[in-house]
Design a protein around this ligand. Structure first.
Ligand code: DLL
Length: 435
């Protein structure tokens, strides 16, 4: 079993990282041009040839790819290898439009596992840990990714997948799991369930690796307290490989991007112009080591900031902030940009948990936003708790945060459906995207 804290790579000098990126990018552009007709045409339309890309400084000359391109080219149009060289596909949940399918050679799987192994080691994992994976297994990348990473580290892996909370808690206690991998919303739910069953003393978890959806610092503190662990963020997307594109270290101030495999840029989503480090914009990735599905300049729609400030963990790879929303799932309500994470911050600051749902409707061209918020069990049981006052305080907190008036409805504990995967936070009934 390897030591997947790869100090020589993860703590390499900036010059070394750039040298790797330059060399790999040049090769990768030629490889994609030779093997992916769809992208070759894109380059030709833009008047770019592989020889024009001599280093990372030339990256901006390449055309972007978007999710629409992946849908257009579905299923094989962006494949760079014959199918007989591929050993796996994974896919996005495809709730809107056509599914996105990504392909992997064995080499791609090995690199992906390595990225996830780095994430587990950054969360303090070793071969002596018991890693409980309750991300979904199957087409979703969460389960297979963390599973592969845990194997690389040499930890005992519990491939639990999602669902059946009683069984999750049983295995967690019986097998003394030390690292939990799941979505943050499921981690919060597991915390509640463990306390309800009064088995918190039997839990031996020390760390959690949570991602696949947005979560706030407030939610991190809640989960850390409820499970008695340190909670680490992990980021990734199916198109680029899956979880492990970036991950948090002990400093917990952003996620190191595996820069030996992926070049990150931040662009202005409106103009496509590359922004300097420190500016907020849309994250774009270029894969420089992948074989089967090597996307170049893929627009993630995730809004974030890059930082190259020295990190106390010693890693030198650039850090991305937590995504601050998606340029495409951002709600525009009454003309105002609304991110679910802003609403969550207000709720948690006022003592509520992250159990809420946002319902957006439109009547006579006027938008209405309603936030249904669950009372905590303590609030619900307290006869002296003034619900109307609490509701009004939420309305004014949301007004201050969002700049618009939102209706707030307080509902009883456990009335909002819990999710085993990504939480469904927004129900947009306006059908704004219908043709
Ligand atoms: O969610 C991969 C993953 C699995 C990441 C497990 C982390 C852990 P997709 O289903 O393709 O892949 O969704 C990708 O989810 O573009 C982000 O918008 C969002 N996302 C992923 N990680 C985070 C995170 C997986 N840590 C999309 N914070 C991405 C916020 C995240 N959003």
């Amino acid at each position: 079993m390897g030591n997947y804290y790869q100090e020589d790579i993860e703590c390499a000098s900036r010059d070394q990282i750039l040298a790797w990126q330059n060399e790999r990018l040049v090769k990768q552009v030629q490889y994609v041009y030779d093997n992916v007709l769809y992208y070759r045409k894109r380059m030709e339309n833009k008047g770019v040839e592989p020889g024009d890309i001599k280093s990372v400084d030339d990256l901006h000359k390449l055309p972007f790819l978007t999710k629409d391109d992946l849908r257009d080219a579905y299923p094989y149009g962006l494949l760079a290898r014959p199918l007989s060289d591929c050993v796996r596909i994974q896919s996005t949940s495809g709730t809107t439009g056509r599914r996105v399918v990504a392909f992997y050679t064995q080499h791609d799987i090995d690199l992906w596992d390595e990225c996830c192994a780095r994430a587990i080691m950054a969360a303090g994992g070793t071969k002596d840990d018991v890693v409980h994976v309750c991300y979904g297994y199957g087409l979703f990348t969460g389960g297979p990714g963390l599973n592969g990473g845990s194997h690389k580290v040499g930890s005992l892996t519990l491939p639990m997948s999602s669902g059946n909370t009683d069984r999750q808690i049983q295995f967690m206690t019986d097998l003394q799991a030390t690292i939990l991998c799941c979505t943050p919303s499921y981690a919060a739910y597991l915390g509640e369930a463990i306390h309800e069953r009064g088995v918190q003393d039997k839990i031996k978890l020390k760390a959690g690796i949570f991602g696949a959806e947005a979560w706030t610092e407030e939610m991190r503190r809640d989960i850390e307290k409820s499970l008695g662990i340190k909670a680490y963020d992990i980021y990734g997307l199916t198109e680029i490989s899956g979880p492990g594109v970036s991950f948090e270290c002990s400093e917990q101030t952003g996620m190191h991007i595996n820069e030996d495999h992926f070049i990150a840029e931040v662009i202005d989503p409106a103009t496509g112009e590359v922004l300097p480090d420190g500016e907020k914009g849309e994250l774009v990735f270029t894969c420089i080591t992948k074989e089967a599905f090597p996307l170049l300049r893929y627009r993630t729609r995730d809004i974030c900031v890059l930082s190259r400030k020295k990190c106390s963990c010693g890693r030198t790879h650039v850090k991305m902030s937590k995504p601050m929303g998606r340029s495409d799932d951002m709600l525009i309500v009454k003309g105002v940009n609304v991110f679910p994470s802003q609403i969550e911050t207000v709720l948690i600051n006022q003592g509520f948990a992250a159990n809420y749902q946002i319902i957006v409707t439109r009547k006579k061209n006027s938008d209405n936003i309603e936030v249904q918020v669950e009372l905590t069990p303590v609030m619900a049981a307290d006869a002296a708790f003034d619900r109307e006052l609490a509701r009004k305080k939420l309305v004014s907190g949301l007004k201050a945060m969002l700049g618009i008036l939102a209706d707030v409805t307080l509902v009883e504990p456990k009335t909002i459906a819990r999710s085993e995967g990504k939480a469904v936070r927004v129900i947009d009934k306006r059908n704004l995207y219908q043709n």
